[in-house]
Design a protein around this ligand. Structure first.
Ligand code: ADP
Ligand code: MG
Length: 404
């Protein structure tokens, strides 16, 4: 990683502004799932151990630039305090006199959480004056641990970096950059990409970019049907994006020309609708007109398993079936097992995407995966080869100190 890490910072006695992702699911004032808070603890403990004075900022939900206490981070301060086993001060506004006074009152190892940065419209507008006011709360040291927000040029992610001396990656962010960065720049080969999910249109750029980087691509899920139909195969009532057929055909032609292994399903699990009780398995070529494909079939699973078992790098985004329904979850579970087994045999595996991560977690195999990417949209943009503004804005190791 060529970006500065929190481990490179001299933080003792300094106020460090740490942008975290505390965007936890809430039920009223109750935190439904505190995973995101717990995931930041290593970064926070490192800063505490090094004698930093921690000023934490996050967004929560979509308050749309207005104060809406439904999206207050106050309950998060309480939960964080329990998890850290130490007091966490709270400032009811993320900028202004109160936040400044509370940040200045911090002693070494003490923690202040700021109220939701999205209560101000200037946050999403990446407003320079607002960014400067956020930066005033620290001693020119910024740490970003919010990978899931790094594809957005917002003030607490990007703007603030202009007003600090050093902007470093937190431990979570560093892990994302290490795994995703290696996959796109210097993967162990064979590198096999597994893509699925609902729509080709969501993932065109990911398909195009991974076709340049990987050795093979396995396509399942609803998005496979646009590719299959573009080859004149019958797809029944399966989900197809008819306006993407030309694009799908072109991608497959390019793959053929370059002898790139682009592997599509050969059979599938069908039903009249996602809710119907009876299912059927057929080869793709035998797809009946009145049924829709909702999961990959056993021959496809065997085909995919073979590719996965031979891989040294695996990137998986998108369930290969409608895994939310048990009748159509077998394909996705089989892929999860195959990826877990390949990882146990030494392959590096990365799973990204909200639904894919949920599927892997439900399979009970999450701990067997080398890296579960926390940022849905951000990891897709990364795999699509885009530069993420929140990462670009971090200080390069080579210019580890800049004058401002
Ligand atoms: P991720 O969040 O991991 O990026 P997506 O959001 O792209 O994944 O896709 C997940 C959705 O795709 C799931 O809701 C799943 O039900 C749906 N899906 C997968 N295969 C099919 C299929 N054959 N038919 C309809 N929906 C499907
Ligand atoms: Mg999704």
């Amino acid at each position: 990683m060529n970006k500065l890490s929190i481990r490179d910072l001299e933080m003792s006695g300094k106020r460090v502004f740490i942008r975290v992702d505390f965007n936890v699911p809430m039920d009223g004032a109750k935190i439904e799932d505190d995973t995101r808070i717990r995931e930041t603890l290593p970064t926070l403990r490192l800063a505490i151990d090094r004698g930093a004075r921690l000023v934490l900022a996050s967004h929560l939900g979509r308050p749309k630039g207005k104060i809406d206490l439904k999206y207050s981070l106050a309950p998060v301060a309480a939960r964080l305090s329990e998890l850290l086993g130490r007091p966490v001060a709270f400032a009811g506004d993320c900028v202004g006199a109160d936040a400044e006074a509370k940040s200045k009152a911090l002693r070494d190892g003490e923690v202040l959480l700021l109220e939701n940065v999205r209560f101000h419209p200037q946050e999403e507008a990446n407003d320079p004056e607002f960014s400067r006011r956020l930066a005033q709360l620290c001693d020119q040291l910024f740490v970003c641990d919010a990978f899931g927000s790094s594809h957005r040029a917002h003030a607490s992610v990007v703007g603030i970096t202009k007003f600090v001396r050093q902007a470093a990656a937190g431990l979570l962010m560093e892990k994302e950059l290490t795994y995703l960065g290696k996959a796109v720049s210097n993967p162990d080969r064979p590198f096999v990409a597994i893509l699925g999910g609902a729509k080709v249109s969501d993932k065109i750029e990911v398909v195009q970019n991974l076709m340049k980087l990987a050795d093979a691509m396995l396509i399942g899920g609803a998005m496979a049907y646009t590719f299959l139909k573009s080859q004149g195969l019958p797809v029944g009532k399966s989900l197809v994006e008819n306006d993407k057929l030309d694009l799908a055909r072109n991608l497959l032609e390019e793959a053929r020309r370059r002898k790139f292994r682009f592997v599509l399903p050969v059979d599938h699990v069908l039903a009249e609708s996602p809710d119907s009780a009876s299912t059927r398995v057929t080869d793709i070529a035998q797809t009946p007109e009145n049924l829709m494909g909702l999961d990959i079939g056993p021959k496809t699973i065997a085909l995919f398993n073979q590719e996965i078992a031979a891989a040294r790098t695996l990137v998986w985004n998108g369930p290969v079936g409608m895994f939310e329904k048990p009748a159509f979850a077998q394909g996705t579970l089989a892929i999860a097992r195959a990826v877990a087994a390949a990882s146990a045999a030494g392959a590096t595996s990365i799973v990204g995407g909200g639904d894919s991560v949920a599927a892997v977690e439900r399979s009970g195999l999450a701990s067997k995966i080398s890296h579960i990417s926390t940022g849905g949209g951000a990891s897709l943009e990364f795999l699509a080869g885009k530069k993420l503004p929140g990462i670009e804005a971090l200080t390069n190791k080579s210019e580890s100190r800049k004058e401002i």
